[in-house]
Design a protein around this ligand. Structure first.
Ligand SMILES: *Cc1c(COP(=O)(O)O)cnc(C)c1O
Length: 425
């Protein structure tokens, strides 16, 4: 596809966009009285306009039915989480019984590490990506401490080659193979938060299994952004948050995937709570913990319904949009358009050169482009934001732009290109 740097071209693309009506389902922050250019969906997704009504319904059910709302609410609170089995399983390519909406991402990571990181004297290492998100690093380190294992010896980071920003799949697979004798777990991001690199999850999973280890993924930047097939890939577990591409609000209820090859094994060690207890006999309040034979068996507490009401508003929109396949199609085009505009700025002879560190291959990235501005620094980012663009800065020197296919348009991207060009000039 040939991309043209003109407003007319961008408008033409928007006209042809089968997902264009979804933009009006979100609130945009304002800049100078107008909708700002929002490219921060990788940090906090925009608020769906239906969120307030959904939460109000729960508040009304609370005032009308009080404790009875557990069974009488529009969506009974007792089983509220069940409404997410279908949309979440669709978004991550799982069976409905393999997913659960609960807690926060890092909490879920800890809960699943308790189950799936069972180090022995011989097998105790974890392989992860260098510059993994700090919370993941802390989770892995402290889980190792919990088992009396020294992270300096047991946590293996795969690093980019000298002078490169991205990880080569062959290097990841080689590291897994090299440590295969002592490897317990491979824990990777689906998409790296800093570079926007989409990792080859099926190959990583296969390599981990071949090495006699398990494979888990942090999908914070992949859920609602990439096409996932966790069940078919045979991934052992995954976790995600819902406030980024899933647009479910700050601190929104997170999620987890546990493959069906594990869920039925009731003897798997875990931290238990009453909401993970077998549904049929939960209220007999028996002493011995009997978990549900599904991902629900990892729940601890009863559901945070108000936060789930926001989550539901957003996932309803994802389902109306037809799931990830049409969204990815648009997303590839939006991001490629932004890429072409950045390249054009680079060829205009300015002193500042924009290096896109995100992979150029659309199969190896989601919607985000990460840019290092050579010859400029943080002041360029500050200038761009002052002109009404929401993007973000990640230390030491990366500016991230994430055009989200649910609510961003080609015109947004064109305007972003104009704004960046003005600041670079
Ligand atoms: C955003 C993000 C988190 C955030 O964790 P919370 O527990 O939701 O605060 C964790 N890991 C990655 C990779 C992220 O991008």
């Amino acid at each position: 596809m040939k991309y043209t740097n003109s407003l007319a071209f961008a408008r033409e693309q928007d006209k042809k966009d089968s997902l264009k009506k979804f933009r009006s389902k979100f609130y945009f922050p304002k800049h100078g009285g107008r909708d700002a250019l929002y490219f921060c969906g990788n940090s906090l997704g925009l608020q769906p306009r239906t969120v307030a009504a959904n939460i109000t319904t729960e508040l009304e059910d609370w005032s009308r039915f009080a404790s009875e709302a557990h069974f009488k609410a529009h969506t009974p609170w007792y089983s509220y989480h069940e409404v997410f089995a279908k949309p979440l399983s669709k978004l991550c390519g799982a069976l409905p019984q393999e997913v659960i909406a609960m807690n926060q991402l890092t909490v879920n990571l800890h809960l699943l590490l308790i189950t799936f990181y069972r180090p022995t004297a011989g097998r105790y290492k974890i392989i992860c990506e260098a510059s993994a998100f700090p919370s993941d690093q802390y989770a892995l380190q402290t889980q190792m401490n919990l088992h009396g294992i020294d992270p300096d010896k047991a946590l293996v980071e795969v690093t980019p080659r000298k002078g490169e920003h991205l990880l080569r799949t062959e290097d990841i697979l080689k590291a897994i193979d090299e440590h295969s004798g002592s490897l317990a777990l491979v824990l990777f991001g689906g998409i790296n938060y800093l570079t926007g690199q989409l990792f080859d999850m099926p190959s990583i999973t296969r390599a981990a299994h071949k090495a006699g280890a398990l494979a888990g993924f942090d999908l914070a930047h992949a859920m609602g952004n990439a096409e996932l097939k966790l069940h078919d890939w045979q991934a052992d577990f995954a976790v995600w948050c819902s406030y980024k591409y899933l647009n479910s609000g700050p601190g929104g209820v997170a999620g987890a995937f546990i493959h069906s090859k594990h869920t039925a094994n009731l003897r798997l060690p875990r931290l238990g709570g009453w909401w993970g207890y077998d549904k049929k006999t939960r209220f007999l309040m028996k002493k011995k913990f009997i978990p549900m034979p599904t991902a629900e068996g990892w729940q601890l507490s009863n559901a945070p319904v108000l936060s789930m009401a926001a989550h539901k508003a957003s996932l309803d929109i994802f389902m109306q949009a037809g799931g990830m396949s049409p969204l990815r199609k648009k997303s590839r085009a939006l991001t490629a358009y932004l890429e072409s505009l950045l390249m054009e700025i680079n060829s205009s002879g300015y002193k500042t050169k924009l290096e896109i560190i995100t992979p150029a291959n659309p199969d190896e990235r989601g919607c985000q482009l990460s840019v290092i501005a050579h010859g400029a620094g943080r002041e360029l980012y500050d200038k761009i934001t002052r002109s009404g663009v929401y993007c973000d800065w990640r230390e030491p020197n990366v500016i991230r732009f994430a055009p989200a296919p649910l609510y961003n348009s080609f015109t947004d991207v064109w305007k972003l290109g104009q704004a960046i060009q003005k600041c670079v000039r």
